[in-house]
Design a protein around this ligand. Structure first.
Ligand code: ADE
Ligand code: ZN
Length: 330
């Protein structure tokens, strides 16, 4: 199964590029930029990645990304990830990034944009891999700051495929960002948001109603609300589920306890993604393989999941058709 899953044309829709920072590169960039890390070794870092919930992860995620200071750092980060993804049979990656987490450290908006874009172009040139860029807002900071970032990003509107919403979910409901997302909509920028990861099903409904999102990141809490499940089934709004992330952040106890099979049985449009691969035990292929082992899914199920991601990705129609053809031959 693993060999077959490797060859399947996989599309990654939910990936925080800062969450792809492997400990080895963290140390290399810390040295290059003369930044002190609270870790003595790679093993020390790995030992620290024992999370009790989303916040305990976010604390280390923001700590780790302090080593990212220059365009070259962001280029190296993204290139390393895209190369690994290419090796796993990933053919299209949507990179999300958190500009506020960099601006607050004095790293200007142009730095991540330019560095990431250079790597995205390089991946297309080297491997024919396509990519998209999602600029995410931090929901645990105020909406005025998010609005200011959106305005500041004006020179990059053409290269932003969507805006997103992430960070600590509980107590930061989608409606807090109603105006920011309204402005993005007026600018013609598609919208996605994390909802129902740690937060309740009501946050998923609110994100759909108030933020007018085209995809839900995570959304695993949807089963709490039968009417919401029916809405998701009818509308086929996709959910970018991240199984290994949910295990590592204790959203579920083990992968076997994950609601994925029930969500699929209800006809919800599911995709499989890695979220923060350096922190959660692997990339897209690892997530596919783990699901194969936990749920004993057959090839048709994986064809459906891979096909769902191709169908809803931010990519040109010609590319979508080519990938669907490639998938049909698997
Ligand atoms: N930022 C990076 N990873 C995240 C996650 N899993 N949930 C919310 N915000 C995040
Ligand atoms: Zn995420």
């Amino acid at each position: 199964m693993k060999t077959w899953l490797q060859a399947l044309p996989k599309v990654e829709l939910h990936l925080h590029i800062e969450g792809s920072l492997e400990p080895e590169l963290m140390f290399a960039l810390a040295e290059r930029n003369n930044i002190a890390l609270p870790y003595a070794s790679v093993e020390d870092v790995q030992a620290a990645y024992d999370f009790s919930d989303l916040q305990s992860f976010l604390d280390l995620y923001y700590l780790g990304m302090r080593v990212l200071r220059t365009e070259r750092d962001f280029y190296d980060l993204a290139m390393a990830y895209l190369e690994r993804a290419h090796g796993e049979g990933v053919v299209h990656v949507e990179l999300s990034f958190d500009p506020q987490a960099h601006l607050s450290r004095g790293v200007e908006l142009a730095v991540p944009f330019e560095g990431l874009r250079l790597a995205m172009r390089e991946a297309e040139r080297r491997w024919g891999m396509t990519t998209a860029l999602i600029m995410s807002f931090l929901r645990d900071r105020d909406a005025e700051e998010a609005m200011a970032v959106l305005e500041k990003a004006a020179p990059y509107y053409e290269v932003i495929d969507a805006v997103g919403l992430d960070s600590a979910e509980m107590g930061n409901p989608p409606a807090k960002f109603a105006e920011v997302f309204e402005r993005a909509k007026a600018l013609g920028i598609p919208r996605v948001a994390h909802a129902g990861e740690e937060g309740p099903a009501a946050y998923i409904s609110e994100a759909l109603d108030v933020l007018d999102i085209c995809r839900v990141d995570h959304g695993v809490a949807c089963l709490e609300d039968a009417m919401l499940v029916e809405r998701l089934r009818k509308s086929q709004v996709p959910l970018t589920v991240c199984p290994l992330s949910n295990v590592r952040l204790k959203v579920v106890e083990t992968l076997r306890d994950h609601p994925l099979p029930t969500m699929l049985a209800h006809g919800v449009k599911i995709t499989l993604n890695s979220d923060d691969p350096a922190y959660f035990g692997g990339g897209v292929l690892d997530n596919f393989v783990a699901c194969a082992e936990a749920f004993d899914w057959d090839r048709d199920t994986f064809r459906q999941l891979a096909g769902n991601a191709i169908e809803v990705a931010f990519m040109p129609e010609s590319r979508r058709q080519a990938l669907l053809k490639q998938l049909a031959a698997c």
